[in-house]
Design a protein around this ligand. Structure first.
Ligand code: 13P
Length: 245
């Protein structure tokens, strides 16, 4: 399976900047052997889809579990699909820790993504206190356990392991840390454990190849380093150089 190189732009890049990004985003031709995914803000989704010059899939950063209704400010999985999204990030660390999203809500969103035919990219990861207290495995099993049953109705999905202490801090998990956590996620997924498991948290062009070469790491979910087209192209090239597997 080709490595997945995904960029989560968070609340950055409006439509005009998005078009400018794709004018300058020119990874080497061999980077065609990675699966590129972009998660722009919803308002930039159409600009991204319309201006990407390389094969890439697009997704949204969050969905609500209802299909429609009086829910000001929310978007549904069905709307995202209609607007051209193929994937949806669900339960990102910032959704969980800044906006108070719960395991139960994450589970409902996974179900909604499946119903609409979106590929859920479900995020899990421990806080630094949990890691220091030796609770990594317990936390990951709890988080995966909360949505595992809903994956039964989903055709395709991914999990992103993003240790909260490594997000936006410049502190990266070592390849061994990532492998250890990914193996726990796979085990917790049981019979569904062959799905891609991505690593996220301060990925950059210097550490991307080592992380993607680590056992059980199927790709990367990149925040800050995905915002610059030249920098993100180098991460895509690193994934292509590592090759499938
Ligand atoms: P950074 O790469 O900026 O640490 O963000 C990681 C992330 O949250 C991707 O979803």
């Amino acid at each position: 399976m080709a490595k997945v190189v995904a960029g989560n732009w968070k609340m950055n890049h409006g439509p005009a900047v998005t078009e400018g990004f794709f004018e300058r985003f020119r990874p080497d031709a061999n980077a065609g052997s990675v699966r590129l995914v972009f998660f722009p803000p919803d308002l930039s989704l159409a600009a991204g889809i319309g201006s990407a010059r390389v094969p890439a899939d697009f997704g949204v950063q969050n969905i609500h579990w209802e299909a429609a209704g009086a829910l000001t400010g929310e978007i549904s999985a069905e709307m995202a699909k209609e607007a051209g999204a193929a994937l949806a990030l669900i339960g990102h660390s910032e959704r969980r820790h800044v906006f108070g999203e719960t395991d139960a809500e994450v589970d409902r969103k996974v179900g909604a993504a499946g119903r609409a035919g979106l590929v859920p990219v479900v995020c899990v990861g421990e806080l630094i206190e949990e890691r220091k207290a030796g609770r990594l495995e317990e936390v990951l099993r709890r988080q995966v356990g909360a949505f595992r049953a809903s994956l039964g109705a989903v055709e395709e999905f991914m999990v992103a392991y993003e240790p909260v202490w490594a997000i936006g801090t410049g502190e990266t998990a070592t390849p061994d840390d990532a492998s250890e956590a990914h193996a726990i996620v796979r085990d917790a997924l049981g019979s569904l454990g062959r799905a891609p498991v991505l690593y996220g948290g301060s990925v950059n062009p210097a550490n991307a190849a080592a992380l993607m070469s680590a056992p059980d790491v199927d790709g990367v979910l990149v925040g800050g380093a995905s915002l610059d087209p030249e920098v993100f192209a180098r991460i895509a090239e690193a994934g292509a150089a590592v090759g499938p597997g």
